[in-house]
Design a protein around this ligand. Structure first.
Ligand SMILES: [Ca+2]
Length: 364
């Protein structure tokens, strides 16, 4: 090989490597995602993970750099059977106010039917998620239960407020630094409260931070360490471990189990595993099928089947090609088996295989 050939080869290799790295980075978008789940856990855009047990209305994230606010996402939790669940997500985009509850969605106080496509906003619901996607550069996904995820366009970097932090790419700064002093999560969370008229909700006491910290060091809680460790660090999750650090999720799992009166309750065992699985998918990994009929089982409507890592493109299952629930990566959800197709009204039925061949079929 001549010297010029050698350098050409090196250059080609370098270009290929850079292209691969860029493709992986494009696939891995957890740095533009903020989420909340389980027993009051939050992960900011910049990667801080903390617990905030507030039950009032809070600003999860809003655009706060300019005098004109383009969007805001507010949430409220309430306790159901002793466990915190998100019961309301309110999304404001310019002058549109979407009010999402488990069963009803309203726009500026009028109940609307889903799917909704208008004014650069798509609002859809599948068997697992309600998803709002807005052209201003915002995606909100809620599982109707404990978990909300917000993905933002990178143009909002360093110009957000709320429980999701400032999106400046630096953990702790300036979320947990206020007037040059470090603040605890409860003080930080209370600052994000949205005050409403006639709101008699009480903020959690800032002393609860010490109580939460003390609980983490408690012998009773420490006992859950090996259980959580075994679940999250098992070989089945190997493709996730290289993409998403499992350690904070192990700690969150211990906090979930520890805060439960009945540690075999699905909420205690499953919510952080479910979040780790979602984060893994967003990072471009392939979470294992970790749910079983006996462990954190998920049921699906009709004859759909639950998959932890399936293609969310409902178009493969419907007769229309308009769904925006498609993502670059796979995610959890209910999917149509090959011999079923979903009609546009959301009902599924068996179609003759010959007829189905005219449409895209879902590989099992
Ligand atoms: Ca930050």
């Amino acid at each position: 090989m001549t010297r010029s050939h050698f350098w050409l080869c090196c250059l080609a290799l370098a270009v290929t490597t850079i292209a691969n790295v860029q493709a992986r980075q494009a696939l891995n978008h957890i740095n533009t995602i903020c989420s909340t789940w389980g027993r009051d856990h939050f992960k900011t855009f910049d990667g801080d993970m903390y617990q905030f047990p507030g039950m009032c209305v809070y600003n999860l994230v809003s655009d706060c750099h300019e005098t004109y606010q383009e969007f805001a996402v507010h949430i409220q939790r309430s306790k159901v059977d002793g466990n915190p669940k998100v019961h309301e997500v309110v999304v404001t985009i310019n002058d549109l106010l979407f009010h999402l509850t488990r069963n009803v969605v309203s726009l500026n106080s009028d109940v609307i039917n889903l799917p909704y496509y208008n004014a650069g906003i798509q609002l859809e619901r599948n068997a697992v998620y309600t998803k709002l996607q807005a052209k201003v550069g915002l995606v909100v996904m809620w599982n109707g239960d404990d978990a909300v995820m917000v993905e933002l366009d990178s143009s909002y970097r360093n110009r957000t407020c709320g429980l999701c932090g400032d999106f400046n790419g630096i953990p702790v700064y300036n979320e947990f630094i206020h007037n040059h002093r470090q603040i605890h999560p409860i003080e930080f969370g209370n600052r994000q409260r949205v005050h409403r008229p006639n709101d008699d909700c009480e903020d959690p006491y800032e002393e609860e931070d010490q109580a939460l910290e003390a609980l983490a060091g408690d012998e009773h809680c420490k006992a859950f360490g090996p259980v959580c460790n075994e679940m999250i660090h098992s070989e089945a999750w190997s493709s996730c471990k290289s993409l998403v650090n499992p350690t904070p999720y192990t700690q969150a799992c211990v906090q979930d189990m520890c805060g439960c009166s009945n540690s075999t309750d699905d909420f205690c065992v499953c919510s952080t595993l479910a979040e780790y699985s979602r984060q893994c998918s967003h990072a471009g990994g392939q979470p294992p099928s970790w749910r079983t009929p006996e462990f954190c089982a998920k049921t699906c409507p009709f004859n759909m089947v639950y998959e932890e890592s399936g293609s969310p493109c409902m178009t493969t299952c419907t007769l229309s090609d308009t769904s925006s629930l498609c993502e670059d990566h796979k995610m959890d959800g209910c999917f149509c088996p090959a011999v079923y197709a979903m009609k546009e009204d959301g009902t599924a039925r068996v179609y003759p295989v010959l007829l189905l061949a005219q449409w895209k079929r879902v590989p099992m």
